[in-house]
Write a new protein. Sequence first.
Length: 488
Amino acid sequence: MLDILKISVQMYLPELICVGLMCLLLVAEAMHKDEGTDRSKIYILATAGLLATACALMMNLHIKPTLGFYNAVVIDQFSTLIKLILVFGTLGSLWLSKSSNDIYSDLKSEFVVLAIGTLIGGMLLASANNMLTVYLGIEILSILSYVMTSLKREDSTSTEAGMKYALYGGLTAGIMLFGMSHIYGLLGSIQFTELAPKIASVQGTDLVFLMAAFLLFFAGLGYKISAFPFHMWSPDVYQGAPIPVTAFFAIVPKMAGIAVLIRFSNLFFSVSSPLSTVWIGLLHIVAALTMTVGNVTAIGQDSVKRLLAFSSIGHVGMMILGIVVLDEVGTRAILYYGMAYLFMTLVAFWITSVLNDTYGTDSQAIFRGLIHRHPSMAIMMTVVLFSLAGMPPFSGFVAKFNILSVVIEKKYYGLAFIAAINSVIGLYYYMKLIKEMVFSKPESTEMVPGFTDGTRVLVVALTLPVLFMGIFWEGLMSLSGGAKLFIQ
């Protein structure tokens, strides 16, 4: 028993580092006497802890897949790579919050602590191997997210967004738990490895109830990743929350939820059965509608945060396409997509944050004539928007191409056609923003004070992977190809 626990703790070292870091940050903030002073030490400590977590995760990439804590979690290459995306997404969001005025200075430390706590929930989801672990991960991630949304306490939009997020989140969590209880009642286990072989033997009325139970379970996951029809909260929360929080939500909860959906689908529904047919049909419909609703609704948005919210919904639909194929090639394509999406999202929100701090709004008008005032920032934003639209030679093109190729290989031509049409729609509303930056005359020739030398260097550094991943993509695909799901 002690040997099993020792192995589990060793494999779970990255999560333990994050837990220790969160506790250390709480103590450091409690010892911080002056309310209005800089919180640089908090950020340095958080950065050091997250980099240590990333190093521990990289060490886990080379170990044999292992089940821990009595099969409650699984440490494999797939979960480790997802966690690396979550860690770097958190790190980028933290440093964005340091320079952003959208979070009150006396609440920046609270944001850091809450973000790392949410990251722990996301990492738990990435390794979840039973129903209870999934529920714990979602609740840890969700409850802290509700608080993060409402950090702008004096802004009614932020508090309203937090209330909506909490109400929708509580409702979908209850629905998911209700579905889990039925799955346990019908199959007699919460362990993924025990549930998988039992599903094939279910027949008759039990099969109908089991289908309904899995649909209820999907409601909880669909909510976290903003999949249709559980996406309604996303635009309001994105607009009401501070921009660093919005950037964080666009990466960490979504990729954590996608990880659970990938493992769940590949473990339970890769073998042909009536239940598998229903689940795959559900994913077909959800992927098509999520892409279409996200991209079509983004067209009329003036708020850049709302535009990026609907854009992220469209990207979730694309990633769900990779799950539909239920094989390692689709999983590899989603992992690469997640890596590319990480950098594109951080750059887009970083530039938006600087302009929002200067002008007090996130309207597309603040980008007008940016090429004349800050050419480098306009070019970086243009690169990222073209990449989000799936234009070559950027990483977004390779990401979408990989997804479409596996879908076409499976002969899902209808889904591939819908995805292609949505890419064209996405290009249209991204081009509207590019037009404002490049072809419109600026209303003022004043420089934006937030674009300091350090900020410009950082934005360029985050944009370079968007270009290099589109050109030298084979190495990353090889890495993600080694990150296979461990299915016992």
